[in-house]
Design a protein around this ligand. Structure first.
Ligand SMILES: NC(=O)c1ccc[n+]([C@@H]2O[C@H](COP(=O)([O-])OP(=O)(O)OC[C@H]3O[C@@H](n4cnc5c(N)ncnc54)[C@H](OP(=O)(O)O)[C@@H]3O)[C@@H](O)[C@H]2O)c1
Length: 292
């Protein structure tokens, strides 16, 4: 299998660095169980991703992929400092004691003594008495313990960011949220810019792959001799997003990382920006109602 040059590392607001394209591990397994069988499946896929050149791995307690990611890391022989490993707090674990307990378990599953990035997966304003502020305090405090480099959030809307920052004074380093050409998620992107929070695009290809067959993107891709996935991921790079495309196929892993040797001109960027459908472009759950 071929590989791609590694993605450049970009600097986050707290001065730490992160590879601008990472590897997403949602649904690389047939189920979310953290079973031995699933760890073998994910281990093999993540091993392929590391061979393809990825150095940033995005996992989550709820994906059940932490054990497989840990297995692939252990078998890779890649020095820890050359890897960037992220995970997310599962929805049932919002109580501060559960944050600390489950963070220990995350490190154990990954076989690591330090995590690069830990995010609150969803704000859950309709669960846990709507108290995601205590959760945020507990996640942010993990950095003081020395076993976490950067604390952040995921799927936080502007009002959720306002709440945690107003009430704690602690600004997340990263907000990971749905963002792709059909859903530029402007209010959240603008709130991140206001607070100096790095934008990390999840479902960067659109999750359901609809943007991958968009006529405008197809025309740009054909004119550049690139794939539509590469054009979309290049659009993210030029916006300054960190992105984490998922593919279980080794050839697509390489394709998705091979976007640092061409550029979109302003007219091409503008044409893709014009595809934004606002809230209608959202594919995943809404952060104000999701309890899954
Ligand atoms: N924080 C959150 O709540 C949240 C939510 C969703 C996702 N995420 C993170 O973001 C990552 C990526 O998001 P996602 O998995 O939802 O969607 P995505 O990366 O936008 O799209 C993945 C889909 O595109 C296909 N694909 C990938 N590369 C392709 C290519 N070059 N050509 C054609 N098809 C291609 C994949 O199929 P194949 O595998 O068959 O190639 C898969 O069906 C996840 O894995 C996860 O780490 C986080």
């Amino acid at each position: 299998m071929s590989s791609a040059p590694a993605a450049p590392w970009t600097t986050l607001p707290n001065g730490t660095t992160i590879p601008q394209i990472g590897f997403g591990t949602l649904a690389v397994q047939p189920s979310r169980d953290a079973s031995d069988e699933n760890a073998d499946i994910t281990g093999e896929i993540v091993r392929a991703a590391l061979k393809a050149g990825y150095r940033h791995l995005d996992s989550a307690q709820s994906y059940g992929t932490e054990r497989g990611v840990g297995k692939a890391i252990a078998e890779s022989g890649i020095p820890r400092d050359e890897l960037y490993v992220a995970s997310k707090l599962a929805n049932p674990n919002h109580a501060p004691d559960d944050v600390r307990r489950s963070f220990d378990q995350t490190l154990e599953h990954l076989g690591l003594d330090r995590l690069d990035l830990f995010l609150i997966h969803w704000p859950l304003p309709t669960m846990h008495d709507g108290d995601y502020v205590s959760t945020w305090k507990a996640v942010a405090a993990l950095v003081d313990g020395g076993r976490l480099r950067s604390a952040g959030v995921s799927n936080f809307l502007p009002e959720h960011l306002d709440t945690i920052i107003d009430e704690t004074g602690l600004v997340p380093v990263v907000n990971q949220f749905e963002l792709h050409p059909y859903f530029a998620n402007k209010p959240t992107t603008e709130a991140c810019a206001k607070y100096g929070i790095a934008v990390e695009a999840h479902s960067p290809l659109g999750h359901n792959r609809e943007p991958l067959t968009d006529p405008t993107i197809t025309e740009i891709a054909e004119s550049l001799g690139r794939s539509t996935a590469q054009v979309i991921l290049r659009w993210h790079v030029q916006r300054g997003d960190v992105s984490i495309p998922k593919s279980s196929r080794p050839e697509r892993m390489v394709e998705n990382l091979s976007v640092f040797d061409f550029e979109l001109d302003q007219a091409q960027m503008d044409a893709i920006n014009a595809l934004d459908r606002g809230e209608d472009g959202r594919v995943g759950p809404h952060p104000n109602t999701w309890e899954g």
